[in-house]
Design a protein around this ligand. Structure first.
Ligand SMILES: NC(=O)c1ccc[n+]([C@@H]2O[C@H](COP(=O)([O-])OP(=O)(O)OC[C@H]3O[C@@H](n4cnc5c(N)ncnc54)[C@H](OP(=O)(O)O)[C@@H]3O)[C@@H](O)[C@H]2O)c1
Length: 228
């Protein structure tokens, strides 16, 4: 059975993707920090899947979860590297906000890749999906710190794409605009005009359906009503 690790699975995109991949036949490990939300997810997923409390900023804890998956299943087929936070602002805000966004969205995402990639290299197979953002492509006013974290993740994604695709490992960054989750609750359009979490699942299905010769480095999902 194929195995998948989803970070940031307690809500929003990650939760939807965890349930979707389980339905598609993956053996899922779903991680995040909020244990109450994880318990509800565990019930929905069922006992054959794993749910673990994990803060991606804690390197030792990330190593423990990845080792557990490898020990139990012999490998990891899909990483959905999704955990992230948002903060408004670029300058004139508390330094802790900068540390926290970079620490989660960039360092945290790297912490997970740093543990997963060596295992995928050994097997010369696997799929990595890094969740960046449209803010990783364009730095809009007042989201400079968030953008910096997502631009940084695209740099890591591109480097890994060039390194790992020749070995048979898929690497893609998802760069969505407004997705209908708690994070985008203050978006400029109504929820029904946003990208839906289902669209993210469909994007994953598309990536997995491609032949071994076809690779997508970045998938940019624009929100139509934001372009008007
Ligand atoms: N919604 C959008 O419009 C949009 C657009 C582009 C990109 N994105 C990206 O999509 C990803 C998912 O966001 P979302 O929209 O689904 O928002 P969300 O509902 O707030 O989900 C964020 C997830 O990340 C987890 N998380 C945050 N910090 C973490 C940490 N230190 N360790 C482990 N997990 C952590 C949260 O769980 P806990 O709090 O339980 O840990 C939560 O499950 C993020 O990377 C975000 O930047 C979102």
């Amino acid at each position: 059975m194929r195995t998948a690790l989803i970070t940031g699975a307690s809500s929003g995109i990650g939760r939807k993707v965890a349930l979707h991949l389980a339905k598609c036949g993956f053996q899922v490990t779903a991680c995040a920090r909020r244990e109450n939300l994880l318990s509800a997810l565990a019930e929905e997923l069922g006992p054959q899947h794993m749910v673990r409390a994990l803060d991606v900023t804690k390197r030792g804890a990330v190593r423990t979860v990845v080792s557990e998956i490898i020990d139990k299943h012999g490998g990891l087929d899909l990483l959905f590297n999704n955990a992230g936070i948002n903060v408004q602002g670029t300058c004139g805000i508390e330094g802790e906000a900068f540390d926290s966004v970079i620490g989660t969205n960039l360092t945290g995402a790297w912490n997970v890749l740093n543990e997963v990639v060596p295992h995928m290299k050994l097997r010369e197979q696997g799929t990595i999906i890094n969740v960046s953002s449209i803010c990783g492509k364009t730095a809009f006013p007042d989201v400079g710190i968030y953008s910096a974290s997502k631009f940084g993740l695209l740099a890591i994604n591109e480097s890994l794409f060039r390194e790992l695709v020749p070995l048979g490992i898929r690497v893609t960054a998802l760069c969505p605009s407004w997705v209908n989750t708690d994070m985008a609750v203050h978006g400029p359009m109504s929820d029904d005009k946003k990208i839906q979490t289902n669209d993210i699942c469909t994007s994953i299905d598309y990536l997995l359906s491609l032949s071994p010769n076809a690779h997508v480095k970045e998938l940019v999902l624009e929100c139509g009503s934001d372009l008007i």
